[in-house]
Design a protein around this ligand. Structure first.
Ligand SMILES: Nc1ncnc2c1ncn2[C@@H]1O[C@H](COP(=O)(O)OP(=O)(O)OP(=O)(O)O)[C@@H](O)[C@H]1O
Ligand SMILES: [Mg+2]
Length: 257
């Protein structure tokens, strides 16, 4: 099963990707997390992996040549073959227990050009990625909706949309839903992520709005641990209520797919 996590900037995509990875690993799946955000670098830390693996972009010759190379089918071995996690060289994979991480690429220099080659690489990678039965891939997308324009969701089974408690975030989520419905994704889940404390009255309003648009509503409670990690970035761990809510989401994903 291939899952993507998208949503407005700062809505909690990376946090949700990491929480879900942990939950599926506890359910005894091998999880491959794909960092497809070209700007933020913190996902490996959310997974408690010591160092960020070398981005795949480096394996295929660096950003400058990637677009040309993607078109050159001959000789482009890695992306030519069906990709299995065990075939990814050690340098390009971070590991922690049952969780593996690959990083697509990061913008490193000014004037190095747009992030399109990274989008192409994510798409190629997901297209060729051949998962075993007990394996789940979770892609942490860049903020917003550009990845839909690139057709990345053609190779994703489940689209998860992180929604923070704001009107704008719900708007972005609705756009993502519309785009996901046009893709090959079989299931769409909206998850309200309380990345700030809100009172019961606002909670009720937000949940009503999301429920009205998405049907089922899942939510992740506001958590001091997560907020604290976001500031000091020490070892990531979640509280019981957060873990329970992610568990409910994971169970539903497995049930419906
Ligand atoms: N449930 C939560 N409770 C408290 N803080 C949270 C929660 N979820 C996320 N945060 C905080 O909100 C911030 C944004 O979260 P995160 O980085 O996961 O969002 P994102 O959507 O991946 O952001 P970006 O668009 O920049 O990639 C982080 O500082 C994180 O620690
Ligand atoms: Mg992120």
């Amino acid at each position: 099963m291939k899952i993507s996590v998208s949503g407005k900037g700062g809505s909690g995509k990376s946090t949700l990707a990491a929480l879900l990875a942990g939950e599926f690993a506890r359910k005894n799946f091998n999880v491959l997390v794909i960092d497809s955000d070209e700007s933020n670098t913190n996902l490996y830390r959310l997974l408690n992996i010591d160092t960020m693996p070398t981005p795949l972009m480096e394996m295929v010759g660096g950003k400058q040549s990637i677009q040309r190379k993607i078109r050159q089918v001959a000789g482009f071995q890695f992306l030519n073959e069906s990709i299995t996690t065990d075939k990814i060289p050690d340098e390009f994979i971070g590991k922690k227990d049952k969780i593996n991480l690959v990083v697509i690429g990061k913008i490193l220099q000014s004037k190095e050009g747009c992030a399109c080659p990274m989008g192409s690489l994510t798409k190629e990678f997901l297209k060729k990625l051949n998962l075993r039965n007990n394996e789940i891939a979770i892609t942490d997308m860049e903020a917003g909706i550009e990845h839909f324009g690139r057709g990345i969701e053609e190779y994703v089974d489940v689209v998860i949309i992180a929604v923070e408690p704001s009107y704008e975030s719900i708007n972005v989520a609705l756009k993502i839903k519309e785009l996901a419905e046009q893709s090959k994704a079989r299931k769409i889940f909206a998850v309200i992520n309380y990345n700030r404390p809100v009172n019961e009255n606002i909670k009720e309003k937000i949940e009503k709005m999301v429920k009205g648009k998405f049907g089922n509503v899942f939510s992740i409670p506001y958590s001091e641990e997560i907020l604290n990690f976001g500031i000091v970035s020490e070892k990531f761990s979640e509280s019981r209520d957060v873990r329970e809510s992610v568990k409910g989401l994971a169970v539903q994903i497995l049930r419906e797919i």
